[in-house]
Design a protein around this ligand. Structure first.
Ligand code: ADP
Length: 402
């Protein structure tokens, strides 16, 4: 039983074909520059890298090319499409309609379309991929897995903004939260590592990548998360501002020549650690610059770590304690000094990491010191396997949970 996981962007489609019996990735790849010049697919099939260039103009064309590659007589990983048992689609926004993953039918497509106004840069292209898969694999069942669904368990007092209530009723302005698939996966993995069921645990998961968010999870349910109505709230990120005083928006427009669109773009694309440092959105560049004495690169790192710590502290209050803290995402998995700095001086709360374990951390591992009350882990996130598992569960497959 193989699940094809599809993650579609405006000009790209990422895919992974996963064998659910073994969790093995049979093939994966990225089709990029759809509809632009020099579209191409870079794939890894049986551990071999293949680059194919094709004139791919639409998402339908991209899915066609991906299926052709997966079933290619030489480079393919399956004999024919009969070996693709289901498709799991990552969907950015399910609004407040979807509390869990669902089988895709006409009604679900209509709601995903409706939610496009909440995620105009994501949902329409994800819907394009669904339509394309339906055309090419009409008999294959499909499941939608939403980034927002895991956070639908947030209580009202956590998701309502303090603006006139009518805007929530009329325009659905509320906290939705994102990275839900990753936070859920990380909590499950932490529970496995701890050896206790999720419903006996309070966990804080930190997904720190280009986009970064933190989640407070009580008994397996998300009760608070740092991203909000859009993925720009919360932590400062690679290029996104994170939480700032909302009135800065107007002040900037009054004081500068910037239009609404330009301020919007600045807060999304030119802010975060890139905006503070003026150097890069990539933490590797910032660390190198900081070590070479660049004060603004150091400041960007200091601000990021301070805000991670700040949110963790407040989530401990929300949860009334914490059993485990998990670091993941490109930064969380790789940058030991960011982990160390974010958790520094929290020993009063029982949080203390072992510097050596932290520095040497590879794979899924505990990095807390022996005397720490709270266990700290580094766990590699795997959103695709999580989407594939949800797909299998929604379809009622009987498969071994690894
Ligand atoms: P995305 O949100 O795009 O999925 P990732 O989770 O892949 O992002 O994280 C990408 C970021 O991870 C990079 O921009 C970089 O800042 C950071 N990163 C990756 N490897 C390292 C490393 N070895 N040290 C520090 N930061 C790293």
């Amino acid at each position: 039983m193989n699940v094809l996981v599809i993650n579609s962007g405006s000009s790209s489609v990422k895919y992974k074909l996963i064998d659910m019996q073994s969790d093995a990735v049979l093939g994966s790849g990225l089709c990029e520059r759809i509809g632009l010049d020099q579209p191409r697919i870079v794939s890894e099939h049986h551990g071999r890298k293949i680059v194919s260039e094709d004139d791919i103009k639409t998402h339908l064309g991209a899915i066609h090319a991906i299926i052709d590659l997966l079933t290619h007589p030489e480079n393919g990983v399956v004999k024919d499409v009969s070996e693709i048992s289901a498709v799991g689609h990552r969907i950015a926004h399910g609004g407040d309609q979807f509390k869990e993953s669902v089988f895709i039918d006409e009604e679900v497509c209509a709601v995903i379309h409706e939610c496009s106004e909440l995620a105009p840069l994501h949902n329409p292209y994800m819907l394009d991929a669904i339509v394309a898969c339906r055309a090419i694999l009409p008999e294959v069942p499909m499941v939608a897995v939403f980034d927002t669904a895991f956070h639908q368990s947030l209580p009202e007092h956590a998701f309502i903004y303090a603006i006139p209530f009518d805007y929530y009723i009329k325009h659905r302005i509320r906290k939705y939260g994102f990275h839900g698939t990753s936070h859920k996966y990380l909590a499950e993995q932490a529970s496995n590592l701890i050896g206790k069921p999720l419903d006996a645990l309070k966990i804080i998961t930190c997904h720190l990548g280009n986009g970064a968010s933190i989640c407070a999870i009580d008994k397996g349910r998300s009760v608070e998360t740092s991203m909000g109505f859009t993925p720009a709230e919360g932590l400062p990120m690679g290029t996104r501002c994170g939480s700032i005083d909302p009135l800065i928006f107007k002040f900037l427009q009054d004081k500068t020549e910037l239009s609404v669109q330009e301020v919007y773009t600045m807060l999304n694309k030119d802010s975060g650690v890139l905006g503070i440092s003026g150097i890069s959105s990539d933490f590797r560049d910032l660390q190198t610059a900081s070590m070479n004495g660049d004060q603004r690169a150091k400041l960007a790192i200091d601000i990021f770590c301070y805000r991670v710590k700040n949110i963790i502290g407040s989530y401990i209050a929300v949860l009334n304690g914490v059993d485990a803290i998990v670091f993941s995402g490109g930064i969380g998995e790789n940058a030991s000094n960011i982990r160390e700095q974010s958790l520094a001086d929290m020993d009063w709360l029982g949080i203390e990491i072992d510097p050596d374990l932290n520095r040497q951390a590879k794979g899924n591992i505990e990095i807390s010191s022996k005397k720490a009350k709270v266990r700290t882990y580094v766990i590699k996130t795997d959103e695709e396997i999580s989407i594939a598992k949800d797909t299998a569960l929604v379809l009622g497959w009987n498969f071994k949970e690894n």
